[in-house]
Design a protein around this ligand. Structure first.
Ligand SMILES: Nc1ncnc2c1ncn2[C@@H]1O[C@H](COP(=O)(O)OP(=O)(O)OP(=O)(O)O)[C@@H](O)[C@H]1O
Length: 227
């Protein structure tokens, strides 16, 4: 369970360009479900996901993850929660040019100290499951858009996270690949994972595996979607 209480985020706080990206968000998000955040560009989806994923801090408000408060923790604890609990699929995938698909997949495991051989075996197994096993040794830049997205999913799963955060995961994909992404999401949910997805793609929020759609506008949860 993820609980948010009165979360606000103000960029450039106390400066002339101050911008309120999130305003008093109260939410409870159930585990083992797919929850989609939808809303127009600039409504605060990315900001909210990055705060939930301990990648950035709210200006005010509190967050609990499985009953444990994550707000206000020193960075080394936040980094540990981020590494152990979350897997991230970014909109532009954020794959590292100059590295192979396999190397990209293994990166989040580096700080965990797990044996290289074990991590490599898991990375290869994930790439195979996602249908790009034969691309493991290729430079990641040689992969197609859909293949890069699957490499990004493999990387998000390398540490076997409980919660997968995906920001506009289908933005660069055609219909077939967007459906393929949702099939992977449904499979992860069936295996007990929690998925938080920001999207304005109907192929995502209308998918039957999605348990809940939370609509954001101007940094607020719109009333009809409030808990
Ligand atoms: N670092 C920043 N500094 C100042 N303003 C920011 C910063 N990051 C985001 N914003 C602003 O906060 C608002 C919310 O941004 P956010 O990226 O969370 O929206 P979004 O709903 O994810 O949009 P999109 O669908 O376009 O990705 C936007 O108006 C954006 O310009």
């Amino acid at each position: 369970m993820i609980r948010l209480s009165q979360i606000t985020k103000t960029y450039n706080a106390r400066k002339p360009g101050a911008f309120h990206a999130l305003r008093q968000i109260d939410l409870e998000i159930a585990p083992n479900r797919i929850t989609v955040f939808r809303g127009p560009s600039g409504s605060g989806k990315t900001t909210l996901l990055s705060i939930i994923g301990c990648m950035s801090r709210p200006t005010s408000g509190r967050i609990w993850l499985n009953g444990r408060e994550t707000t206000g923790l020193p960075e080394r604890f936040s980094a540990r929660i981020r590494r152990e609990t979350f897997g991230f699929v970014f909109q532009n995938y954020n794959l590292i040019r100059g590295l192979t698909t396999l190397e990209n997949t293994m990166i989040p495991a580096c700080p965990t100290g797990r044996p290289h051989r074990q991590v490599k075996a898991r990375a290869i197994s994930l790439l195979e499951k996602l249908g790009i096993g034969e691309k493991a040794a290729r430079p990641v830049t040689s992969l197609s858009g859909g293949e890069q997205q699957r490499a990004a999913i493999a990387r998000a799963l390398i540490n076997d996270p409980q919660i997968i955060i995906a920001d506009e995961p289908t933005a660069h994909l055609d219909t077939a690949l967007a459906r393929a992404f949702m099939a992977i999401a449904a499979d992860l949910k069936a295996r007990g994972k929690t998925l938080l997805i920001a999207s304005h793609d109907p192929l995502v929020f209308d998918d039957r595996a999605v348990s809940r759609v939370i609509a954001l506008r101007d940094g607020k949860v719109t009333p009809e979607a409030a808990p």
